[in-house]
Design a protein around this ligand. Structure first.
Ligand code: FAD
Length: 478
């Protein structure tokens, strides 16, 4: 069995790199790019942990994972113990280990981060979760005293799944209503296979179902049933329907053929299985030269997907610089490595097409960054006389998403702000109608998996408090 090592030896070690597939090979298919730690890597990395008391890393984890404790179990080679430790508070460990922006969460709070060398907590969580899945290790089903109360959850993304798992462990009967044919939210229909394999999401969803959570798919709240109707059948409701409506940049030519929203493009690839070509013949057209507008994770995913589906040249077009690009650094580096061309300080102003309505090029203008404004953000300003034409035959808008109003419209008394997001209490995720809670992207706008998980946890605790103090739906006041 491995052991803790002296602190002076921990200081000598640097963060263990994670092996990845070679670029030439990985761009040929949709298989996962990072390969994960093996046992030796995981123990080496875990032994670097200082086991701080109090552990600052935990302050950066909305999922409330006891990080030092699970790392200690890795050192002891008790991998199932480490897995159970994470599962106490986070039901999506393999997902988080892959896509959580750790560099802005637990890594940032790790004391080794001051030396630019934080413990690779995410990679360790991924190792533990993958090990448990491969070894068929399952959490013992706890003896749960049923509470006799039922909670409806709208949406099966990370917010809905987390809230469902936490409430099920507390003894509530939980049903998730999901509009699409598969549960998982963006984890399934948005993030591509080469970053987050669907089998891994499916596995963690099934583990949540083992807790007794029911999932009704192809069930659109607002169409199949309203939120108001759910109040007659359930004792509390958690709205976690995400912010899945596409947003366009708003320039002439966006109605041409071959202009996609990233949302539609990735959904077609993921749910209609374009990623399993040639086995599946998906109605998705790929241009020879593709421009993706935006520089967040969604833009990187769209560009890398287009590349894998056969685009000869793919550009990321972004009006600011690499420094401001919101994508995770790891994703940006992978995208660069794969030969995607980055056109920074470039703003698309018009998409041009031929007589058949097909895209032929995109007119752009070069930008410069002004001095920081009051918010500290440098505004991009067009540079006169720098318009140029970019020869492309497909454009993907990846500048963000907005709230879909369908759920809000069917929820009397649940107020939204002017952008259509539910107004909630920060401490409890309670909406303006008693008994109805909301969290994830539908209260924040497009955010992160871990913030959605955090909201799911907050809401589960608040729903428990609400139900155990005898809460019941009140007649809405409007
Ligand atoms: P979602 O994941 O959006 O889930 C909402 C669910 O509700 C969906 O399944 C939807 O179908 C369902 N729904 C909607 N309307 C209804 C209805 N009327 N009735 C029933 N069900 C409904 N974050 C990261 O942290 N790291 C990343 O690397 C990352 N990459 C991303 C890549 C892409 C392509 C995208 C689009 C997002 C990415 N994000 C990433 C953001 C992250 O995925 C989201 O912030 C997160 O999934 C939000 O979780 P959620 O549970 O609030 O909503």
């Amino acid at each position: 069995m491995a052991k803790m090592i002296p602190v002076k030896d921990r200081a000598k070690r640097v963060q263990r790199a994670m092996s990845e597939r070679a670029v030439k090979e990985r761009i040929q298919d949709f298989n996962e790019v990072p390969l994960g730690y093996d046992k030796e890597d995981a123990i080496y990395e875990a032994q670097r942990c200082l086991q701080c008391d109090p552990p600052t890393c935990m302050e950066g984890c909305p999922a409330e994972v006891n990080i030092p404790q699970f790392i200690k179990k890795i050192i002891e080679e008790d991998f199932s113990g480490a897995y159970f430790e994470i599962l106490k508070t986070n039901s999506l460990p393999a997902v988080c280990g892959r896509v959580c922006p750790q560099e802005k969460q637990c890594y940032e709070m790790c004391v080794w981060n001051k030396a630019g060398n934080p413990i690779a907590i995410g990679r360790l969580a991924r190792f533990v979760a993958d090990w448990a899945r491969e070894q068929n290790v399952h959490e013992e089903m706890p003896e749960i005293k049923k509470k006799g109360k039922r909670v409806a959850i709208v949406g099966s993304g990370p917010a809905g799944l987390t809230c469902a798992a936490d409430l099920a462990k507390m003894g509530y009967g939980v049903t998730i209503f999901e509009a699409l044919q598969e549960p998982g939210g963006v984890l399934i229909y948005g993030i591509p296979e080469f970053r987050l394999p669907k089998a891994i999401v499916g596995y963690e969803v099934n583990e949540i179902k083992r807790l007794g959570v029911k999932v009704a798919t192809n069930f659109v709240i607002g169409l199949t049933k309203s939120v108001d109707e759910l109040t007659a059948e359930f004792d509390a409701i958690f709205l976690a329907n995400g912010a899945g409506a596409p947003r366009f940049i708003g320039i002439p030519g966006e109605n041409l053929n071959d202009v996609y929203s990233a949302n539609e493009f990735l959904t077609r690839c993921n749910l209609m299985k374009a990623y399993r070509f040639p086995e599946f013949d998906t109605p998705i057209k790929i241009g020879k030269k593709v421009a993706v507008i935006g520089a967040g994770n969604v833009a990187m995913d769209s560009a890398r997907t287009a590349l894998r589906l056969g685009a000869e040249e793919t550009h990321i077009v972004y009006r600011r610089t690499k420094k401001e690009a919101p994508a995770r650094r790891e994703e940006l580096v992978h995208t660069e490595e794969e030969g995607i061309i980055f056109d920074y300080l470039t703003l698309p102003i018009k998409i041009l097409g031929d007589e058949k309505g097909n895209v032929t090029s995109m007119e752009c203008i070069k930008m410069r960054l002004d001095e920081p404004d009051k918010s500290g953000r440098r505004m991009p300003i067009p540079i006169e006389g720098t318009k140029f034409n970019m020869q492309v035959d497909m454009v993907i808008d990846a500048i963000g998403t907005v709230a879909n109003p369908i759920v809000a419209r069917s929820a009397t008394g649940v107020r939204t702000n002017k952008r259509g997001y539910f107004i909630t209490d920060e401490e409890t995720c309670a909406t303006t109608r008693k008994g109805i809670f909301a969290g994830g992207d539908i209260i924040r706008g497009a955010a992160t998996v871990i913030s959605a998980i955090g909201d799911g946890k907050t809401a589960a605790k608040a729903i428990k408090d609400y139900l155990s103090s005898g809460g019941s739906f009140e007649k809405p006041d409007n």
